[in-house]
Unconditional design. Structure first.
Lengths: 230, 230
């Protein structure tokens, strides 16, 4: 009987991980699709991405259910940290999905004006973010603290790319007043992507928390200078 | 013995609520202070707000600890929903604190240029957000679903004020290229405040979840038109 319960806990735990990873891959795919839609100026595809966000939200509710089922079994120490981390990771993925959907939504506003050459920088920072999300999900799947720590450190690269793009967009806006509204959308799209990087970092920190509990994380570099740009 | 355990569960539960409410009041006070600092152009006070965010983060870690302690007791049904909601509410409050600190940080960038008349609109939407945060914390303290539902509905007011401010700032940017950088900071500050409203809404939805579980929430109006402004 005891063995039966243990086995079943592991099965539910595996299901929770599988759902969370599926949710994460959906969010990464939504972000990739949103970047593509910005490039192709495709309103129909943008609308599909926006509608697709509901599936990620539904998976988050499933994750919450499964966490509650596991919590009822009275898990201890690392098992308990694992399910707490699962709730937080699911919430981070849900936000990544929201930001991807917002990129798609703003692309529709961009499509009402002539194409801007300034979308290239967005693709660069966007691709970095997609890679961060995929890398951190792999680390989460494997419970790999080393990979998680590398992903966390690599967030500085996104921050630096975002800050560069932010400054670039400001100069375009100053040169041509007609570009102000579309460039503002691009600023917010870039900010969404920078925030996606932060959520990948949060996931990395939850991998650390699962393994090491509340031990302090290593120091890391921050490179987002856009908050203080003058 | 049984009574002793029950009593102690309630004591820990009360402690969790008290900590979460304290955390929430700190975040509301940080937002209020940040709005004040924007008005007074006070870099020293802004730096204190930025430093003060660490205390909110520390409280979130305490809340997580207390949730873990309560989870070890194997709570059922509503008790379990309550502690799940507590983790999420603490995460929302933590984000509110981050956004308030970011408003303070950006005020320092604004202070390097001459004062702008456009900060008045920010004060208006900011005060609405402070009120929403305080109202939803009161509903959380009282477990009052009706008040929570009203707070959730009132988010449309913040969205509408934010959208108005967003459009106003765009026109200033078009009229005067020198205002582009400071107005961009104001756009992001306004967005931070709009996001604080969303987190107050999340807290309201967690009050609903605690009481009603996964029953569907009532429909509500959304009034953020800034994503599609052209």
């Amino acid at each position: 009987m005891h063995e039966h319960i243990v086995k079943s806990y592991d099965a539910e735990r595996a299901r929770l991980l599988e759902e969370t990873l599926r949710m994460g891959e959906m969010a990464a795919a939504q972000l990739e699709a949103a970047l593509d839609v910005v490039q192709r100026r495709d309103d129909d595809a943008a609308a599909r991405i926006i509608a697709g966000d509901a599936a990620i939200d539904a998976l988050e509710r499933e994750v919450s259910h499964d966490v509650m089922k596991l919590a009822l079994r009275g898990p201890m120490a690392r098992d308990l940290r694992e399910i707490l981390a699962a709730i937080r990771v699911a919430a981070d993925i849900e936000r990544i999905g929201d930001y991807a959907a917002n990129v798609a939504k703003r692309s529709m506003a961009l499509n009402t004006a002539p194409p801007l050459p300034h979308v290239a920088g967005l693709q660069h920072v966007g691709r970095l973010a997609v890679q961060q999300v995929r890398d951190v999900l792999a680390a989460y799947r494997d419970g790999d603290v080393e990979v998680a720590t590398r992903v966390r450190a690599a967030d500085a690269e996104i921050d630096a790319a975002y800050t560069g793009l932010f400054r670039e967009l400001l100069t375009y806006m100053m040169e041509d007043a007609r570009s102000i509204t579309p460039c503002t959308h691009l600023l917010f799209m870039a900010k969404n992507i920078e925030r996606i990087g932060d959520h990948a970092t949060n996931i990395a920190e939850n991998i650390w928390f699962t393994v090491h509990g509340d031990d302090a994380l290593p120091e890391r570099e921050k490179a987002d200078g856009s908050n203080t740009a003058t």
